[in-house]
Design a protein around this ligand. Structure first.
Ligand code: TYD
Ligand code: MG
Length: 450
């Protein structure tokens, strides 16, 4: 853009307001003949960059060595960037971060683990579970921010993991370790240092079950990337999700399993979520969409006589949606469960809370309540409205493809937004939940008669 030498503004000598052009009367205070031309000095030199050229020299993302984490990050970690990895205690943050260091050190890079909470011996024990510890993976037991800044400037590691950010402190700040001012200050300083030396920095942070916002989450705007690791403490399934990413999209979901030798990529979750092989009422195949990832999920329901007040137990499905679906089943489809116990769950521990699985869940309950088994090669996709209508859902084609890939021969889809039929799969477009029930019952009869 061409530069201009100076800029002239017209300022009112009465009230101080500036106007771009001279006028006889000040638009602000109404005084006459008070506007005086004044040169606005050009301050510190700033240079402009054409957007066409900006970022062409940006560092590329480099693989973390963990395929599911790479999937969530788009490609991997960008040199000089900062990633916040957070989750509840015990979910596997230290394990995942260590796996990245293991992989990068095995590829011949110098990497550092800042053990701010555990002793090097404890960390080494975890590292050995993951396999032989490669040379080039160093550990520094430190909590002082200035010392860690020195590590970055002096050694310029390819990756540095800080486990965890809450344990760092700077003695010149009065607030205690783990407090918001300390955590923010530490993150700010280390981010800046990592950017200037080109180290990919990973900050590990804990949150409590009710999402303790005072801690690491206050760093979200400060860092380039935020990854959350989620999972049920009693199960082995772990979900990786990107909540913020300056270098790519955030809608990929990673699935991993915690095993005796660390986290293992769950590249094809089909086996994990295969569910029951029993041909019993109450089992229906649906497809959940999480970000851009479609996953086949088996819904299971059990409807039984109750001894006391009726119970509704929802495991890995939304209890609110379950209540809504029970009401719709009763009012629009004649399936009454008001005086019965209803249990609903997914097989394999995957949480399926989005509306696109409504119809599958509702059909599972109806099938359990009325005692008809649903074909396992029938998959059901669709949201259920209060009028009992089957509503269009996001990513319907992707869900159909996933159902088909995993053996579905027929897929029930909403009439609205129903995709083009693919090869080897029959699409059955339904307008209402009552239609879905009718199709499922008929296909059972057909299956039984042939
Ligand atoms: P950890 O990574 O320490 O969790 P976080 O840093 O999020 O608190 O590990 C979590 C749990 O995983 C821990 O209870 C032990 C278990 N674990 C395994 O089952 N296999 C393994 O290989 C490792 C290293 C840990
Ligand atoms: Mg840990």
């Amino acid at each position: 853009m061409p530069r201009v030498k100076g800029h002239v503004a017209h300022q009112c000598s009465s009230c101080g307001t500036c106007a771009p052009r001279w006028t006889g009367r000040c638009a602000n205070c109404g005084e006459w003949n008070t506007l005086v031309a004044r040169e606005v000095p050009i301050g510190a030199e700033v240079s402009l960059t054409s957007l066409r050229d900006a970022g062409r020299d940006e560092a590329p993302a480099r693989s973390t060595g963990v395929a599911e984490l790479d999937r969530v990050l788009g490609a991997g970690l960008v040199d000089g960037s900062t990633t916040l990895l957070f989750g509840e205690p015990g979910v596997g943050k230290s394990t995942l971060a260590l796996m990245v260091l293991h992989a990068r050190a095995s590829a011949g890079e110098a990497v550092v683990l800042v053990a701010a909470e555990e002793s090097p011996a404890q960390v080494a024990r975890r590292a050995r579970r993951l396999g032989e510890v490669p040379p080039g993976l160093d550990v520094v037991p430190a909590t002082d921010v200035a010392a860690l800044e020195q590590v970055l400037y002096r050694y310029r590691p390819a990756v540095m993991v800080v486990d965890s950010i809450s344990a760092l402190s700077d003695p010149s700040i009065a607030a205690g370790a783990g407090s918001v001012p300390q955590v923010r200050h530490a993150a700010e300083r280390l981010c800046r240092a990592a950017r200037s030396v080109g180290t990919a920095l990973v900050l590990v942070g804990h949150v409590t079950k009710d999402g303790d916002l005072a801690g690491p989450r206050t760093l979200e705007h400060l860092v380039d990337t935020v990854v959350r690791i989620e999972g049920d403490r009693h199960g082995t399934l772990r979900t990786l999700r990107c909540l913020k990413h300056r270098f790519g999209p955030t809608d990929e979901v990673g699935l991993m399993e915690m095993g005796p030798a660390g986290l293992v990529d769950l590249v094809d979750p089909a086996a994990q979520f295969a569910g029951s092989a029993l041909d019993v009422p109450g089992v229906v195949v649906g497809v959940a969409l999480d970000g851009s990832r479609a996953t086949r999920v088996e819904f299971q329901a059990l409807v039984t006589a109750c001894a006391g007040p009726p119970r509704r137990v929802a495991h890995q499905v939304s209890s609110q949606r379950l209540s809504l679906l029970l009401a719709v089943l009763d009012a629009r489809c004649g399936v009454a469960t008001a005086s019965l116990d209803v249990f609903a769950a997914t097989a394999g521990g995957l949480a399926a809370n989005e509306p696109g699985v409504d119809a599958a869940l509702a059909l599972a309950v109806a099938s359990a309540a009325q005692g008809f088994a649903v074909d396992r090669d029938l998959a059901v996709v669709g949201e259920v409205g209060l009028a009992g209508e089957l509503r269009a859902v996001a990513g319907v084609s992707r869900r159909v493809r996933e159902a088909q890939r995993l053996g579905a021969r027929r897929v029930i889809v909403p009439v609205a937004g129903s995709p083009e039929a693919g090869q080897d799969v029959e699409l059955v477009a339904c307008a209402s939940l009552a239609d879905v029930l009718a199709v499922a019952r008929n296909s059972t009869k057909l299956a039984k008669t042939c």
